[in-house]
Design a protein around this ligand. Structure first.
Ligand code: GLN
Ligand code: ZN
Length: 768
């Protein structure tokens, strides 16, 4: 029974890699110093895993930027626009090419754009999307894997397990950059590179090789299934002396099961946290020689493993196929879990005792191994901990539970239907056609950030801090009035982050000091941890909304983060369904909405930018998720009077497949990101006959570029040909906190003028 690990976090316990990369990019350290930091992190990781008793220790899971990008370099899938990076500047090395592909290259008289980045399945990790051309050629370009293998072997004094994304998943992760071919057809050209590489690894002494094939746990078409058979038949035929382990994760192999077990490999890894049901099915038809790696420890969360539950899986597998064909492992790479709980200080010790980060999860693998072999002590210890969490007053708030049980359908329905609400609101607000607004935040300048830092350090009193935030808010209100915006915002100057701000004010959340997880490249996030029932002991935003509204006669929008987004961007408790946790948050937001309404706020926005990214990986699970997610939003938003206008905001533009559910949310107004493909989006809304009001973003806030009046006016005219003019709002496509003031002011002034022009030009259309 081998103890297996799929991958380890690589930013360093204190984000050493982030700091080193950023210093290298700004020319503060040399390439050698950067490599030195990488080397230290790798060595520590390998030694930690060896120390915790892991048998199959991964190598090549380290990366200076992203493992998919590393592979593109390995197989020579380097878009031709990057050729000058090495030819124009002879000082540049492979690492500089890598960073150029990841971040773009504006040096040596060159201006080369970066490659695209997208989310890694349903995680918050982002990878660099491989670009494929019709005549795509592959060749073994980088020796990173071989070098890292040798390095790990030296450090460990034994053979590590190279990890590489499998050929089929690699192709599927990429994108065709030209018409006229399907990337899966590139397999034939790609396989020889894998074969060459694997033979070199075998020669260097490799034994196990882990091929990550997460797409085996997703919906596959016939072509893709065939590609799997072809790839693995060829690889096993053309390489000698290697044991292949195929790793699936984030979902179950389900209907791809017959295919998965038919592949000529030695072992298959299953994610039994996300898809526990698949074990029985696999054991039913498992071929005689196949070993199973059981992913029983959650690689996507921060909680201690329930050993008895894991044991059930392990024992079942052993009974059927014998100990020698079973491996124990975390469910996926530990890349998505913070480093080390031991370095956390200041946490409630009771809660800390329920948690496990990456290092602790390695120990859990080891513990389970020993428990199977008769160690009673660590099992009973673990059972005590799990029980203490189950019964703790810290996780259970009877009032919250009672309220949750008492929710009825009425709580998730507005008092009147939209048409009636719209009439009332229009009569009360008297807004012009094409009302203008923004999404909430204004530039978070260094000055504003410093205020918070100084407050934290005790250099400012709470009062001084608030005074400064008040000043910024007043200025923002006056300025918005000045340029003639219709519905104003307070600017969110008091917020560090749209989830953290609320998490800090709600019960049931905790914050770590070093719980960093890589988001992309050198960027890391530190998600809040939801450990207990969520409640709202105090008002959260009323003070600022009221203050802002007091400065003006115009409407000021209250600004809240929605329940699904708060859930999605946190580590969530695993002792109850996600839907239940979301509903608890929804009730807390509902109370805040109510408090805002009572304080005289007439327009309230509840942001749900993360609702789409919460979609399950497999389509068959979408409806269930969308139903509870939409319901949670409605619980949060439907407590108000007809007179109160509810807005929501979302930042993605692929609505086509979920538009019905978006409409079900029944927000009076939705503002959305559309900058990339305005047409497609509007078509989706028009085809569906989206009933409520809508503000398709008229300019892209992700770039400092100031859009012209004409440009935005054109977009408005186009939107008017798709949707009823009375339902259209005018706004940028997201919050402005990452922008600077100069471009923000110019852009918004132009936007207001565009709306004014459109009013004049299109007014007849409305009267018709
Ligand atoms: N109200 C938030 C802001 O303006 C919304 C941010 C978002 O959509 N991610 O910053
Ligand atoms: Zn947004």
């Amino acid at each position: 029974m081998l103890k297996n690990n799929l991958g380890y976090p690589r930013v360093g316990a204190y984000r050493e890699l982030k700091k080193a990369c950023e210093s290298y990019w700004s020319g503060k350290i040399t390439r050698e110093e950067l490599f030195e930091t990488g080397k230290t992190i790798k060595e520590q990781n390998w030694k930690t895993q060896a120390h915790e008793g892991i048998d199959l220790i991964p190598c090549n899971d380290f990366s200076f930027y992203d493992q998919v990008l590393d592979l593109s370099l390995t197989v020579g899938a380097i878009p031709s626009r990057y050729t000058p990076v090495l030819t124009e500047n002879k000082q540049n090395k492979e690492i500089d090419l890598l960073f150029a592909m990841a971040r773009g290259y504006q040096k040596d008289g060159l201006d080369i754009t970066a490659m695209e980045m997208t989310k890694w399945f349903d995680t918050n990790y982002h990878y660099i999307v491989p670009e494929f051309s019709r005549s795509q050629r592959f060749n073994l370009f980088s020796n990173k894997i071989l070098n890292e293998f040798t390095e790990a072997k030296q450090v460990l004094g034994k053979t590590p397990k190279p990890v590489i994304i499998g050929p089929v998943s690699y192709l599927l992760l990429g994108k065709e950059k030209e018409e006229g071919f399907n990337r899966i057809d590139l397999l034939k050209g790609l396989l020889p590179v894998y074969i060459e590489l694997f033979n070199k690894l075998a020669h260097a002494g490799a034994e196990w090789i882990q091929l990550d094939e997460p797409f085996l746990a997703l919906d596959l078409n016939e072509n893709e299934k065939q590609a799997y058979t072809e790839a693995y038949t060829t690889l096993s035929k053309e390489t000698k002396g290697l044991k292949f382990l195929i790793a699936t994760y984030f979902d179950g192999v389900d209907e791809n099961l017959p295919l998965a077990v038919s592949l000529p490999v030695c072992a298959l890894h299953l994610d039994l946290r996300r898809a526990p049901q698949q074990l029985d099915a696999v054991l039913e038809i498992i071929p005689e020689k196949l070993t199973l790696s059981l992913g029983v420890i959650d690689g996507r969360n921060v909680w201690k493993n329930d050993y008895s539950a894991s044991l059930t899986f392990i024992e079942k597998a052993i009974a059927k196929i014998g100990k020698h064909r079973v491996m124990i492992a975390p469910s996926c790479s530990l890349l998505h879990t913070p480093y080390d709980l031991d370095i956390e200080t200041g946490m409630n010790p009771a809660i800390k005792n329920w948690m496990a980060f990456s290092k602790q999860k390695l120990k859990e693998v080891n513990d389970l191994y020993h428990i199977v072999n008769g160690d009673k002590e660590s099992l009973s210890q673990n059972q005590k901990t799990i029980l203490s969490r189950k019964t703790s007053a810290l996780t259970h708030n009877p009032d919250v539970r009672q309220r949750l049980d008492a929710i009825t359908d009425k709580d998730s329905r507005r008092k009147s239907e939209f048409k009636i609400r719209q009439k009332i609101q229009q009569a009360n607000f008297k807004l012009p056609l094409f009302p203008t607004t923004t999404i909430g935040s204004f530039p978070q300048t260094d000055d504003i950030r410093q205020l918070r830092a100084r407050l934290k350090k005790g250099e400012l009193t709470e009062q001084q801090y608030e005074k400064e935030i008040e000043k910024a808010t007043i200025e923002a209100i006056k300025w918005q009035e000045g340029i003639g915006l219709d519905v104003l915002v307070h600017g969110e100057f008091e917020r560090n982050d749209m989830v953290e701000y609320f998490g800090e004010l709600l019960e049931g959340f905790l914050f770590t000091k070093n719980g960093w997880v890589q988001s992309y490249g050198s960027r890391c996030v530190k998600p809040p941890v939801i450990y207990g029932d969520v409640s709202r002991p105090q008002d959260m935003t009323v003070r600022w909304s009221k203050f802002a509204q007091a400065q003006t006669n115009k409407l000021v929008k209250g600004m809240l983060t929605g329940p699904v987004t708060i859930l999605q961007w946190s580590f969530v408790r695993d002792d109850q369904p996600r839907s239940q946790t979301t509903n608890q948050i929804a009730l807390a937001i509902r109370d805040e909405v109510d408090a805002l309404e009572r304080a005289g706020i007439k327009v309230i926005q509840i942001d749900e930018p993360a609702i789409r990214e919460g979609l399950p990986l497999r389509r068959k699970n979408w409806t269930d998720y969308l139903n509870w997610a939409v319901k949670a939003f409605k619980i949060a938003s439907c407590g108000v009077k007809d007179e109160t206008q509810v807005h929501t905001h979302m930042c993605y533009s692929e609505f086509n497949d979920i538009i019905k559910h978006i409409a079900d949310m029944d927000a009076d107004v939705i503002t959305i990101e559309t900058s990339r493909s305005q047409m497609e989006l509007l078509e989706a809304f028009a085809d569906f006959k989206y009933p409520n009001e809508i503000g398709p973003g008229v300019y892209d806030i992700h770039s400092p570029r100031v859009p012209t009046i004409e440009e935005m006016q054109n977009l408005l005219e186009r939107a008017s040909s798709f949707l009823p003019i009375r339902n259209l709002w005018v706004n940028p496509d997201c919050g402005l906190k990452t922008r600077k003031w100069p471009e923000t002011q110019l852009a918004l002034k132009n936007m207001v003028t565009a709306a004014q022009n459109a009013r004049v030009k299109l007014v007849d259309k409305v009267l018709m």
